[in-house]
Design a protein around this ligand. Structure first.
Ligand SMILES: [Ca+2]
Ligand SMILES: [Ca+2]
Length: 293
């Protein structure tokens, strides 16, 4: 009798399970907005997604918190230190672009030629120690560009980089951890590339300032006062070589005041003989092939 009771229980359970598995639920969605549109015998229902509430990052992943989760994205952090010859003052770099009246742009300035970088990096306000914008790139072992490997960042007066997301260094969204050459560009200095591949993300900043040889190729950085090294000033058209074309650019913009202008080699907002004097000794300096446009 006990066996029969047990058997009946199993049968009931199985039937119940089948019933549960067989039932169908009407598709439903809980959303804060949306509607159903009908036209010509067709109807279209849509919902409006919930507002994302926060973006979190950890390691090489970022996650946008909300009711709908987008694809997980990878990111790579890159820390570096670099000086620009023009604004270098013997210990740090001047931040004159933002002294009143500030000409420091809130949006990254590398959208035009020769960079043609369409990144949306921008600021709500300029950090007090920001010198200017830089444009940094990652290159693979064959020096080729990589997915997600471009970013406009801030250069701080101590030579370190700061991303517009508020963190130190550059944040390459869409790039994956690995070994990369780092290219650092500034709109009127000769661009450089790291002497070796750097394993990213890096906890210790790659320091271009300690030796000319920290940049790939011979004679790619200028010896500065105090024993440091920095990017050569005077590549006014940013094509990777300092030539008469740069002088012509300077000449066409000479005497402008309170401007954010690529002829301003020392980044003091004025186009004066001081900028020519930075250019002149650097004329005929040629950047490595990998940084030239
Ligand atoms: Ca040039
Ligand atoms: Ca100037």
């Amino acid at each position: 009798m006990k066996k029969l009771s047990f058997l009946i229980q199993i049968v009931v359970f199985c039937c119940l399970s089948l019933y549960i598995q067989a039932q169908s639920l009407s598709p439903q969605v809980v959303a804060s907005g949306g509607t159903v549109l009908t036209a010509g015998g067709y109807s279209l229902a849509y919902t409006v997604g919930e507002t994302a509430t926060a973006t979190l990052s950890s390691g090489s992943n970022i996650l946008t918190q909300g009711f709908h989760q987008p694809d997980l994205q990878t990111l790579v952090k890159m820390l570096a230190k670099v000086y620009l010859q023009g604004p270098f003052n013997g210990a740090t770099m001047n931040t004159s672009l933002q002294t009143a009246p500030s000409v420091f742009p809130l949006a990254q300035p590398y959208g035009g030629a020769p960079w043609n970088y369409n990144g949306a990096e921008n600021l709500l306000s300029v950090p007090a120690n920001a010198v200017d914008w830089l444009f940094v790139e990652l290159r693979d072992a064959s020096f080729n560009p990589v997915a997600g490997g471009k970013r406009a960042v801030l250069l701080l007066s101590d030579g370190t980089l700061r991303d517009v997301d508020g963190t130190a260094g550059a944040t390459f969204t869409g790039a994956v951890p690995g070994n990369y050459y780092i290219i650092v560009r500034h709109r009127n200095h000769l661009a450089v590339m790291s002497a070796a591949q750097i394993t990213l993300p890096n906890a210790l900043a790659y320091d271009f300032t300690t030796a000319a040889a920290q940049a790939f190729g011979p004679n790619q950085q200028k010896a500065l006062t105090g024993g440091a090294f920095g990017l050569y000033a005077g590549d006014f058209n940013a094509d990777g070589v300092i030539t008469v074309a740069d002088f012509n650019f300077f000449s066409a913009n000479a005497a402008l005041i309170n401007v954010y202008n690529d002829a301003d080699a020392n980044l003091d907002k004025q186009i004066t003989v001081a900028d020519f004097n930075l250019y002149q000794p650097n004329a005929s300096t040629i950047g490595i092939q990998q940084v030239r446009y």
